[in-house]
Design a protein around this ligand. Structure first.
Ligand code: DON
Length: 564
């Protein structure tokens, strides 16, 4: 626990000032400006890989594939081949699409697999170790994306990640401290120690990933079957046998990513395109934006009680819907149309009081699990104006903490995103029920919200973030920062974040950003306020009025925007 907090302090340098009477806002910054193309990702080396693909004639989807594989090497806490994610695409002609490469529950999974005989939930089982993993979706997703949209040869997109893994690369301070932090757990959860990851890593050290390089070479040479069949499938199944996990050959061979219609809606003069279920992100961001649309937000103080109160009240209502109605649409009839109906949304806000907090119904007090949150998002615009938003994850930092013996990659702990039992919170304090109950081959509900905005039929913004339950509210606030509060892309990304998720009934704020006076004011309105470490790592791109691109990379991490 001690270690966790010192880790958090490390990653919150930007917001570590102590509270003052004045709310503290970061200085106004403009992000990287470029004429033609931009990649913003969680790691400078991954952004560089993406920009090189674009410079060699690749399109935004090619670059996204290369960045996804590069992040699996340079940012292994979240970048992955053992996890999954979502990709939202907007082509320059305005056509849109989205790819669900979310993990799926293994065939042997059961509804009560994380419960003891008396119904008690054993939370550790869905969070760490072999039973926590869903069937990985990333490799199939990248292959599908390439078949549908790729321009450059597949091999050229996987090769940069192999080079990084094989030739080694220099650790940033944040990556070194993250690896030091996970070391102890690696010893606890692995049947074969991943020797290349162990050590007292320091900034500037060079790290090599030889086994991961070998796994990536199979993917480069054989595509889908280089992962879901052959030597890598053998290594995954052997790992499962040693650690009593569930993923089988049948699971691997039957996994398929799915193209889905994105959620589309309007907010003020903007069209928004976001991820449909099994992510709750698109539905939630649509509800949130439409709940606040009739208020003159731009005339209000961005960090004033009035604004925080309105956002909180919308969030409370949306997360309550999420808990009951959202799940994998292939297994549960998600009432998307009803949830997005404007009359329904207006009704949800009918009992909103401008000066009093509505109490969240005490179904089960959720509690935020003190977990370092690690997912990763990247945004890409290519020289033709095609845009891609990808959010990808192992779930929490380093997923299950299990490295597939001999294959060098981490497996996810995405099974914790299911509702292990109605009303029992997962590691992000999120609760759920029937819609998100465990079933074989079902996808666990996600909050990932890769999102693209248009204005007047033209590309306007590409945005997304990690952060578990806070993903939706971080994307929500970033969009408001730009559209309603007129911020630059970078300023919108830098800006302090605040979060409410219905249960627990508490406003969470990044440490030190709300003044004591403002917290008192919110308390008097009936809100509980709690400070925490940084929220999210938003990586976004905005098209400026002169047609140039502004990349906003989140200073909360190593995130880097590169353009040309
Ligand atoms: O899909 C989801 O909503 C979660 N698995 C995302 C986890 C996450 O964002 C953790 N970290 N930042």
């Amino acid at each position: 626990m001690q270690k966790f907090f010192s880790f958090l302090i490390l990653i919150v340098t930007v917001f570590s000032c102590s509270p003052t009477e004045e709310s503290s806002t970061p200085p106004v910054r403009t992000g990287v400006i470029a004429d033609s193309a931009m990649v913003v990702s969680a790691h400078p080396l991954a952004s560089e890989v993406g920009i090189q693909v674009l410079k060699s004639g690749g399109n935004a989807v090619d670059a996204a594939i290369a960045v996804q594989f590069a992040l699996a090497v340079v940012h292994p806490a979240a970048g992955n081949i053992g996890g999954g994610g979502f990709m939202v695409i907007r082509e320059t002609d305005g056509s849109v699409n989205s790819l669900d490469f979310r993990e799926a529950a293994p065939l042997a999974a059961t509804r009560t697999m994380y419960q003891e005989a008396d119904g008690n939930v054993i939370t550790d089982l869905s969070r760490r170790g072999h039973l926590a993993s869903g069937v990985p979706g990333t490799v199939d997703g990248m292959v599908s994306a390439h078949i549908e949209y790729g321009k450059l040869p597949w091999q050229e997109l996987v090769q940069p990640a192999i080079n990084l893994a094989e030739n080694g690369f220099i650790l940033t301070e944040k990556e070194a401290s993250s690896l030091r932090y996970v070391n102890e757990d690696l010893e606890d959860f692995n049947t074969i120690l991943p020797e290349n990851l162990l050590g007292e890593w320091q900034e500037g050290d060079t790290i090599f990933h030889p086994e991961l390089a070998a796994s990536l070479k199979l993917i480069r040479d054989l595509g889908r079957s280089g992962f879901y069949e052959g030597p890598t499938a053998d290594l995954i199944v052997e790992e499962m046998a040693r650690g009593k996990g569930l993923i089988s050959y049948d699971d691997l061979i039957s996994y398929r990513s799915v193209w889905r219609q994105p959620v589309r809606f309007t907010y003020r003069d903007y069209q928004v395109i976001s991820m449909a279920p099994p992510s709750s992100g698109g539905v939630a961001i649509a509800q949130l934006l439409q709940m606040v649309e009739s208020y003159p937000l731009g005339e209000w103080d961005r960090l004033g009680a009035e604004t925080i109160h309105l956002l909180t009240e919308a969030e409370r209502r949306v997360y309550a819907d999420r808990a009951v109605h959202l799940g994998d649409p292939d297994f549960y009839l998600v009432p998307v149309r009803e949830l997005l109906d404007s009359a329904y949304i207006a009704r949800r806000m009918e009992n909103f009081s401008p000066d009093r907090a509505t109490s969240s119904d005490a179904i089960q007090a959720g509690k935020i699990y003190p977990e370092s949150e690690q997912t990763t998002h990247f945004s890409i615009v290519d020289q033709q104006g095609n845009a891609v938003a990808v959010t990808t994850t192992l779930n929490s930092s380093y997923g299950s903490h299990v490295v597939v013996g001999g294959a060098g990659f981490f497996l996810n702990n995405e099974m914790d995103d299911f509702s292990a039992k109605p009303g029992v919170p997962n590691m992000f304090g999120l609760i759920g029920g029937e819609a998100n109950a465990i079933a074989p081959m079902k996808r666990m509900l996600s909050s990932m919200t890769p999102t693209i905005l248009e204005k007047d039929g033209q590309l306007f913004m590409v945005v997304g973030t990690p952060g578990g339950a806070t993903i939706i509210t971080s994307v929500f606030q970033t969009i408001l920062n730009v559209i309603d509060f007129n911020m630059t892309m970078q300023q919108a990304v830098d800006f302090p974040r605040i979060h409410h998720q219905w249960q627990p009934d508490t406003i969470f704020t990044e440490r030190g950003v709300l003044s004591a006076g403002l917290i008192r004011q919110l308390n008097n309105m009936g809100h509980l306020v709690d400070e925490r470490g940084s929220i999210g790592r938003v990586d976004a791109i905005r098209v400026l009025e002169n047609g140039k691109l502004e990349g906003g990379a989140d200073p909360r991490g190593d995130d880097t925007a590169i353009g040309y």
